[in-house]
Design a protein around this ligand. Structure first.
Ligand SMILES: [Zn+2]
Length: 273
């Protein structure tokens, strides 16, 4: 009997360890770093420059989730955050990440816009930037589902060349799918912004809580309005080929502490066990 009891204690303790185990699988450029924090630190909140860093509570433990910039110096060993008035240093052991190349031919309208279009682009960029750092809610669900059924035609982080000229890196994931295919919310949240912009085409910008955000672009139609609360799995619109796009597909980007990270990390994730 004694043996049986101690077996149960060991088994229980083992489960507890598993419950709070932290997955460092995603500690790489464009990934996320997870660290356990105290409840006091949780209450004080964390900042990376002027951006608030997400924290989550799970099984009576608290965790910091830090989005690692894709263009971080790969030799970076430490990141200094602010916790209340104190410096909070996180030690990173960054995994190496290889980002491939992709060559795309596209209309010169997008690579050499005229002055009127540049004015439009700047205006739209400012609107998006002002929404990017908005802190909407403390409820966060980091366990995502796929926003669309389609073939992955572009991965996160690729170095992109438009008409053989280097452009920005690819900051999301592309899913090739027919125009009209349903796009669903990968996680619940609030619709921050919708619109029809020069580069994005028709888009939906969502906040999933704690400044974890998704943007869905090149859509054919939008089925939600600014301010709507959307449940995971709800239809938000349909796949299209609007804006800077060379075929019918969904482009999906995710930001954490206003940093682009690989959206695939959040699909059926094991960030915190
Ligand atoms: Zn894309």
């Amino acid at each position: 009997m004694k043996l049986l009891i101690s077996f149960f204690i060991v088994a229980f303790a083992f489960n507890q360890v598993l419950a709070t185990e932290i997955n460092q699988e995603f500690t790489y450029p464009g990934g996320i770093y997870v660290e356990e924090i105290s409840s006091d630190q949780f209450q004080n909140g964390f900042y990376y420059f002027d951006m608030k860093v997400p924290t989550v509570k799970k099984n009576n433990s608290y965790y910091l989730l830090f989005g690692i910039p894709r263009d971080i110096d790969p030799n970076t060993k430490q990141i200094i955050l602010k916790n209340g008035n104190d410096d909070y240093i996180i030690t990173l052991i960054l995994k190496k990440k290889y980002f491939g190349k992709q060559y795309i031919n596209i209309s010169k309208i997008f690579t050499e816009p005229d002055d009127a279009v540049i004015e439009r682009i700047v205006k739209e960029k400012n609107i998006l930037n002002s929404a990017r750092s908005k802190w909407i809610s403390n409820d966060i669900d980091t366990n995502f589902i796929f926003p669309v059924i389609g073939r992955i035609s572009g991965v996160f982080g690729t170095n992109r060349f438009y008409n053989n000229k280097r452009g920005n890196y690819h900051n999301g994931v592309d899913f090739a799918a027919k125009t009209g295919t349903n796009i669903i919310a990968p996680s619940s949240g609030i619709v921050l912004l919708t619109g029809d912009f020069f580069y994005n085409g028709k888009f939906v910008y969502m906040d999933h809580g704690m400044n974890l955000k998704s943007i869905f672009i090149h859509m054919d139609s939008i089925k939600v309005n600014i301010g709507d609360y959307v449940n995971k799995g709800d239809i938000i619109g349909h796949v299209g080929n609007t804006g800077k796009s060379t075929g019918s597909h969904l482009h999906w980007s995710v930001t954490l502490n206003s940093v682009y990270v690989d959206p695939m990390i959040f699909i059926n994730n094991t960030i915190i066990h």
